[in-house]
Write a protein that binds this ligand. Structure first.
Ligand SMILES: Nc1nc2c(c(=O)[nH]1)N[C@H]1C(S)=C(S)[C@@H](COP(=O)(O)O)O[C@H]1N2
Ligand SMILES: [Mo]
Length: 359
């Protein structure tokens, strides 16, 4: 994304809602386009500090720790030589939808007041993390990989929390996690992690560490402030393993309604997605939740990616109406009426209210 000399986003296409130096994609009011792949120039950005300017020629990825047989220092060329894989997956911020805690559940939760635009779907290309770890020789006792970013240490209220980093359990590291250098067929832009980042499909956005500098593989579990202080459920009723955040829940949105006139057929369109699952069903209510009909899924329906849906509707009478969509994923998880409350407003997954006026 283009920025001015102060680092503020320059939004030439009017595609974004800015939140300080971060931006979310504006999906609403654009009946003419909701592309399957999110163009890179319209993809949301969430940076804890300034994006670092790294030189691809001198950049190295270090693989370290007592969980590997040999420590490695890999250049971009070394990584490319290990192999190449590519897939389409969403990347979504843990706090995506936070503002709806205030709008639908009556409690403002601190942090970026994202609507539902802190998500995008990109084609990511890189090497499976599994391949990198195999190259370093994984020890049987290894349990996790701490992914460390090269952006400046994160300082909050005078406390230096060190580099942005988050441990990834070995099972996910060996599954579908990618060390990616391309987004939508082009090198990663600075804002999205140039020259390489993790892509951890279906997991909360913070797992996908940008400007990757180190993968520390260890035989004991280590925390980071990004698993203890942030990106964990805090508040009443949250403790232990329940409070740990990894996989994203199912969600859905209504993107376009077409012209809404009494007695005239229109087609409602939207998207639904879920972490590590595909979409089994989307139901739509055109009467504020009294009755529900199943919508049609159209096009691709991959796990950790979104599926487009559509539903024909002939509004009976003019006036205000509330439209709702509700997704159920392939693991049988359904969007709730209320999102589970937590102090930081993470994982807003409740059915969204979509008020419209029929003419
Ligand atoms: N090193 C580093 N990695 C990071 C971040 C960061 O600030 N620094 N932000 C995280 C968060 S909170 C999210 S939601 C995603 C955002 O990725 P994007 O900006 O490419 O959309 O990157 C994650 N990876
Ligand atoms: Mo995020």
């Amino acid at each position: 994304m283009l920025r001015d000399s102060e680092g503020r986003p320059i939004d030439e296409g009017g595609w974004f809602v800015a939140h300080g130096t971060d931006v979310e994609t504006r999906w609403d009011g654009r009946d003419d386009w909701v592309p399957h792949l999110t163009p890179t120039a319209r993809f949301f950005v969430r940076n804890h500090t300034e994006p670092p300017r790294l030189d691809a020629a001198t950049w190295r990825l270090r693989v370290t720790g007592d969980g590997v047989e040999r420590e490695l220092e890999l250049s971009l060329a070394d990584l490319r030589a290990l192999g190449e894989a590519s897939y389409e997956r969403t990347l979504e911020c843990t706090g995506n939808g936070r503002r709806y805690f205030a709008e639908q559940q009556g409690g403002v939760r601190p942090g970026t007041q994202w609507a539902m635009g802190a998500i995008g779907l990109a084609r990511w290309t890189g090497v499976p993390l599994r391949t990198v770890l195999e190259r370093a020789g994984l020890r049987p006792a290894a349990v996790q990989v701490m992914a460390v970013g090269l952006d400046a240490p994160y300082v909050e209220d005078g406390v230096d929390h060190g580099h942005v980093r988050r441990p990834l359990p070995l099972a996910k590291a060996l599954d579908d996690t990618l060390v990616a250098w391309e987004m939508n067929g082009e090198p990663l832009p600075t804002d999205h992690g140039f020259p390489a980042r993790l892509v951890v499909p279906g997991w909360i956005g913070i797992a996908s560490i940008k400007w990757l500098g180190e993968l520390r593989v260890t035989t004991t579990a280590e925390d980071s402030p990004w698993t203890t202080r942030w990106y964990r459920m805090h508040g009443d009723g949250w403790s232990g393993a329940d409070a740990v955040l990894d996989r994203m829940p199912p969600k859905s949105v209504i993107d376009a309604t077409g012209p809404l006139r009494a007695g005239q057929l229109t087609v409602l369109r939207g998207r639904a997605w879920s972490g590590e699952a595909s979409i089994r069903m989307v139901e739509v209510s055109t009467d504020g939740g009294r009755t529900w009909d199943e919508a049609s899924l159209t096009g691709d329906n991959q796990p950790s990616a979104w599926a487009a849906w559509e539903h024909p509707w002939t509004p009976a009478a003019p006036g205000e109406q509330v439209l709702l969509a509700r997704a159920t994923d392939s693991d049988g998880r359904t969007q709730p009426e209320l999102a589970a409350d937590n102090e930081d407003g993470y994982l807003f997954d409740a059915v969204l209210r979509h008020p419209v006026i029929v003419e």
